[in-house]
Design a protein around this ligand. Structure first.
Ligand code: PXL
Length: 277
């Protein structure tokens, strides 16, 4: 039997809100991959639209968790990081070194901003720290806002063409990441998609745009991308599977459900796509 793969995902627990670990754990698991977790913080809800949420940072637990994993000889076949605090970047880099199986992949979703703005709670210099985590990554998965902020540029969200996107992709590789998976790309009113760049060729994958704001879709995308990649899809195929799954998740979400998307209802479509890799 094929050796079972194990990934470690590092991001927050938003107790309610369909984002980060409550999305990554079910989605990567549904792809057939064991999903270990390192919670970066615990919040009562995510920070987008809720008021008065609690926030407990778990940075102090990281060194002792790493020490225990080293003593147990625990290794991971991939690391997938999301929403983390500035103080955690060096610990995460250390865990990625000390607990890596041979050839372990580093997948970094620089979850910190959307729609032109940093998420509440991140200081203006946070993108610089996140750029450090992107440096040794095999894959980074920024949206358009995160891509610009990583490069210390003003986000451009509309009115751009292929030239802008392809310049952004080339500039992002100078951060030191091998492959860029850029989400939220749109050249017209009807299509929304992903641009991928492996340092040689830019490829695009589009779906029909669904005209509504949806929270947590970046996490749904990154989780499905990670699961598909670990099941043997190449990066372009994994990006297409993940983009399709985001669309199915949005379509499965009632209009009055606003804090996240009902990805749970779309999981059968993802499992189906994984079975066809
Ligand atoms: O979906 C990204 C995300 C993750 N974690 C927390 C967030 C957000 C986006 O707002 O607030 C806590």
């Amino acid at each position: 039997m094929e050796k079972a793969k194990r990934i470690l995902t590092i991001q927050d627990v938003s107790c309610v809100g369909q984002c980060s670990l409550t999305v990554a754990l079910p989605i990567v698991s549904a792809c057939g991959i064991e999903t270990s977790v390192l919670p970066s913080s615990v919040l009562s809800t995510h920070t987008g639209g809720f008021v008065g949420y609690t926030f407990r940072d778990l940075t102090d637990d990281m060194p002792s968790i790493e020490k225990h994993w080293i003593s147990e000889g625990l290794k991971f076949d991939a690391f997938y990081t999301g929403y983390v605090s500035e103080s955690q970047i060096d610990y995460i880099l250390s865990i990625m070194d000390s607990c890596a199986s041979d050839g372990a992949l580093r997948i970094v979703d620089p979850a910190m901003a959307d729609n032109g703005k940093l998420y509440v709670g991140f200081g203006q210099d946070f993108p610089k720290k996140m750029a450090k985590l992107c440096r040794g990554a095999d894959y980074i998965l920024p949206n358009l806002t995160e891509a610009a902020l990583l490069l210390d540029q003003e986000p451009v969200l509309s009115g751009y063409g292929k030239e802008y996107i392809e310049l952004l992709l080339r500039q992002l590789t100078t951060l030191g990441a091998k492959n860029i998976i850029l989400t939220g790309v749109s050249f017209d009113d009807n299509n929304l998609g992903v641009a991928t760049y492996d340092g040689k060729e830019v490829k695009y994958y589009f779906n029909a745009k669904i005209p509504r704001m949806s929270h947590g879709t970046g996490d749904v995308f990154a989780s499905a991308f990670t699961g598909a990649l670990m099941r043997g899809a190449d990066a372009d195929k994994a990006a297409a599977i993940a983009a399709d799954f985001v669309c199915e998740s949005i379509k499965a979400t009632p209009e009055d459900h606003t804090y996240g998307v009902c990805f749970e209802r779309a999981i059968p479509t993802l499992v189906d796509a994984i079975g066809r890799i």
